[in-house]
Design a protein around this ligand. Structure first.
Ligand code: CUA
Length: 352
């Protein structure tokens, strides 16, 4: 502790310093709150729906909000009327409503009507959320892992991670499960939540009314990196989606030049292949299933489950020390000499 600070010990000066410190602390906490609020405004909001299911849910939310707002204001009005009567000493005059009427109307009739309205609209929304089964719909399997999302298109034999491409304006059937603990799939702008439960497959669906990138999050606490278990839904026009799907069906790009070949060799030397799959490479198979399939890794927008943008710098930091970025994830740190490290990054980025 610095004991030679100016003014230390003098009572008036000390009070000023204390007041200054209090003000600084207040300013800091206000700034922090402002940052948190600003952060919230960029988070995906279920009140900004971009799909039919999310729109139904948002409508129900607004109905409940306005109903509650009207009843809250009405209750306050009755309260203030009572206070006003008490101040004006009008308590001796009979009130406009008898106690009995007040209890029957305010305590039974109005709540019953309000709850009935909410019940009717909830049931209506609930039925609107279950689409009629469509056997020809595109099916996507989403498998929860601590702390990332495996994404499979079983009929097309496509496997990717943390990124779900869907054609815009079409309901897509989802089959959700988990390999470890319970996770919950939530794309606030497209639909409500659905749990991923180990040993069970839940059916769900999503549909985007307009093309765009929608952030999804894990909505069930699943461990220390729960908050960084996110993903993206990319809703694309039909032709763009088919193009993407066709590209993902291809085996990995062959390592055509010496740097890429060196990168591929490092991938095996550093034991990356023990946990990750790269489909269609000519060397020994890389078929690990602990971490994400990397066959078309370079085509993805993010790494570490939508935690970081998929840039060379972020990828380098992740490969060297993933525990620094997401403590508790299952990827170990990697020690490599500079040349091998850069060759590996170049190779991984080439996997478009
Ligand atoms: Cu997965 Cu929370």
């Amino acid at each position: 502790m610095n004991r030679t600070r100016r003014g230390e010990g003098h009572p008036v000066a000390q009070r000023r310093i204390d007041a200054f410190r209090r003000r600084s602390r207040l300013a800091l906490s206000l700034a922090a709150s402002a940052l948190i609020v600003a952060g919230c405004s960029t988070a995906p909001s279920s009140l900004d729906p971009r799909g039919p299911a999310a729109a139904e849910i948002a409508d129900l939310w607004w109905l409940m909000f306005w109903l509650a707002a009207v009843l809250f204001v009405a209750t306050l009005a009755v309260l203030f009327y009572g206070l006003w009567r008490a101040r004006r000493r009008q308590v001796d005059h009979p009130p406009p409503l008898s106690d009995r009427t007040l209890v029957v109307v305010g305590g039974v009739a109005i709540p019953a009507v309000a709850l009935l309205i909410v019940l009717v609209f909830s049931v209506r929304t609930g039925t609107g959320l279950s689409p009629t089964a469509n056997p020809s719909a595109l099916t996507v399997e989403v498998i929860g892992h601590q702390f990332w999302w495996e994404v499979r298109y079983p009929e097309q034999e496509v496997v990717t991670a943390n990124e779900i491409h869907i054609p815009v304006g079409t309901p897509v059937q989802l089959r959700l499960t988990s390999v470890d603990v319970i996770h919950s799939f939530w794309v606030p702008q497209l639909h409500g939540k659905m749990d991923l439960i180990p040993g069970k497959t839940n059916s769900f669906w999503i549909e985007a009314a307009e093309a765009g990138v929608y952030r999804g999050i894990c909505a069930e606490f699943c461990g220390i990196q729960h908050a960084r278990m996110q993903f993206l839904v990319l809703a694309e026009p039909a032709d763009q989606f088919s193009e993407w799907l066709a590209a993902q069906q291809q085996p990995a790009m062959q390592a055509s030049d010496p740097v890429l070949q060196r990168g591929l060799a490092v991938f095996f030397e550093a034991d990356c292949a023990a946990c990750h799959t790269i489909r269609g490479i000519s060397m020994t198979e890389a078929t690990g299933e602990v971490g994400p399939d990397l066959t078309h890794f370079g085509s993805r927008r993010t790494i570490a489950a939508a935690t970081l943008e998929n840039t060379r710098g972020n990828l380098g930091g992740w490969v060297l020390n993933p525990q620094e970025i997401k403590p508790g994830n299952r990827m170990p740190p990697t020690t490599l000499d500079t040349e091998s490290f850069h060759a590996l990054l170049t190779y991984l980025q080439s996997l478009k």
